[in-house]
Design a protein around this ligand. Structure first.
Ligand code: NAP
Length: 497
């Protein structure tokens, strides 16, 4: 197997029913490498007709060849796909770095763990089952069947294209669904490069389809009445629109949305570890992660010390070409996104935040969409930087006096994706974890993820869970079957049995 990393300019089509196809309208778009500002491939701009074709192909596979596969056979194909990804992981990492500008070392790490998602759900495929349920009547047998929902429409963002797609693809296939994937127009290449691997793994045509395009393509997919379930990862406002489009035809949804996650540093914390955690939380991936720990809440007595420590390490962050092994901060994913980040910083300055570091484009890096890691101190909960997701390398720090105030400030948000707690006091760690309104809480660590552990936000951070056996509920529907085991004559037809 191979993944194309060398070709300077490639022209991709949609992958529908096992074949590469141009857009019905022949429209295309170009994707730009954010580290150089140069277009590096062309892809098809999907319209209603392409989405319809892909959904029909997925439906035909779902009702036909895919329904003939046993759970064990589905599991085996998922394992094959995991093995193939493991073989070409380093090449897929290069493709993603070219596409979204994230560090090659991070993408390599992600690609190394990516097969785990396919292995985990490979093993789960034949463990999806209903239950036998006791009823008040002894002669009545009641059991449930857990069935696939049908055709899944998956819409994913540009920040971790393959990983965030795998979170949907692996459980959807394990449960017996077929899928149409719509990656972001800013980073579609790795998803398209995955398609030959899907084929090679042995998935029949139509089980996995990929259509490219912008938000209009995503909308057409979410709104298509032939889509039985919509799985979306992206921004909160887009998620809301996707949810409304899916509800028009009553398709169940999973929404993994944005966040403004707090990191709570108590005075009894290991400050080396907390400094590491804050940097990892907000400057890894240039802050372009949904779980970015963008609000650091620090107890008064160590407040200035933590700011100094974080600033000292931040100043030494090496900014540059994301394909270089020693780079620590790459560019932002596209030009408009950098403008958005800069606008957030301008508002924070105008609202009186104390700029400790950064706040501008790094000198000497004019070609790509770079932005300096930025720290604001003395944030207050009414400031925009406290409330709104930046999705860039911008940290806001604010002080708290005690545990109650820390929890109150942390929970003062419409989001609820993740939170970090830094303390060496064990009872406090668990007490605070229970009080925080967030779908994931990390204690003395940050940004850890595994296929086995459920992930998903509260409030404006989303609906439903990904990962873990829990996600299989999202990709199945339950049927209740009633059986009369009695040989007695039927009773009164006018009475509910
Ligand atoms: P986005 O703009 O919401 O886009 C996400 C996906 O939706 C893209 O494929 C996008 O296509 C598509 N889209 C845009 N408008 C649409 C519409 N009206 N209907 C259907 N689909 C539409 O998000 P993003 O900027 O790519 O990603 C950043 C956001 O994702 C952040 O808020 C981040 O927190 C969130 N995120 C959440 C998680 C999580 O697991 N909770 C993980 C990662 C990221 P185009 O890109 O082609 O326009």
């Amino acid at each position: 197997v191979s993944v194309s990393t060398e070709r300077p300019f490639k022209r991709y089509g949609h992958y529908i029913g096992g074949e590469w196809r141009r857009a019905a309208t022949e429209e295309t778009f170009e994707s730009v490498n954010p580290a150089t500002g140069e277009a590096w491939y062309q892809a098809a701009q999907g319209g209603d007709a392409d989405v319809d074709r892909a959904v029909r192909a997925a439906r035909a596979a779902f009702e036909g060849v895919w329904s003939e596969h046993t759970p064990l056979q589905r599991g085996k194909l998922l394992r094959n796909l995991g093995d193939l990804i493991a073989e070409v992981g380093d090449d897929l990492a290069i493709v993603e770095t070219r596409d979204n500008g994230k560090l090659i070392r991070e993408m390599r790490g992600q690609m190394r763990s990516l097969p785990e998602w396919f292995y985990y759900f490979s093993g789960a495929a034949d463990k999806i089952h209903g239950e036998t349920i006791p009823t008040p009547t002894r002669e009545i047998l009641n059991y449930t069947l857990r069935e696939p929902v049908g055709v899944v429409g998956a819409i994913t963002p540009w920040n971790s294209p393959l990983l965030l797609t795998a979170l949907k693809l692996a459980p959807a296939l394990a449960a017996g669904n077929t899928i149409v994937i719509k990656p972001s127009e800013h980073a579609s290449a790795s998803i398209l490069e995955l398609m030959p691997l899907v084929e090679r793994a042995g998935f029949p045509p139509g089980v996995v389809n990929a259509i490219t395009g912008d938000g209009r393509t995503g909308h057409a997919l979410a709104a298509h009445p032939g889509v039985d379930k919509v799985a979306f990862t992206g921004g909160t406002e887009t998620g809301r629109r996707v949810g409304v489009a899916a509800m028009e035809h009553l398709a169940p949804i999973t929404l993994e949305l944005g966040g403004k996650s707090p990191q709570l540093v108590f005075s009894d914390a290991d400050l080396d570890a907390a400094t590491f955690g804050i940097i990892a939380g907000v400057f890894a991936a240039a802050g372009q992660t949904c779980v970015a720990g963008s609000r650091a809440l620090v107890q008064h007595s160590v407040y200035e010390e933590v700011i100094d420590r974080v600033a000292e390490r931040t100043e030494r962050i090496r900014i540059g070409d994301p394909l270089e092994d020693d780079t620590e901060l790459g560019p932002l994913a596209f030009k408009e996104h950098r403008e958005r980040v800069a606008a957030h910083v301008a508002v924070a300055e105008s609202e009186g935040g104390r700029l400790v570091l950064g706040g501008k484009q790094p000198p000497g890096l004019d070609q790509g969409w770079f932005y300096e890691p930025t720290i604001f101190a003395d944030l207050s909960p009414r400031m925009s930087l406290f409330r709104n997701e930046v999705f860039g390398p911008v940290l806001g720090v604010l002080p708290f006096k005690d545990e109650d105030e820390a929890v109150e400030i942390a929970n003062d948000t419409r989001y609820g994706l993740a939170a970090g707690i830094w303390t060496q006091n064990l009872p406090r760690a668990h007490r605070v974890a229970a009080k925080l309104r967030a779908g994931t809480v990390w204690i003395n660590t940050y940004r850890t993820l595994a296929p086995s552990s459920p992930f998903g936000g509260f409030g404006d951070s989303g609906i439903g869970k990904e990962n873990g056996l829990e996600v299989l509920r999202e990709y199945t529907r339950l049927k209740s079957v009633w059986v009369n085991t009695s040989s007695a004559p039927p009773g009164d037809p006018f009475v509910l049995r």
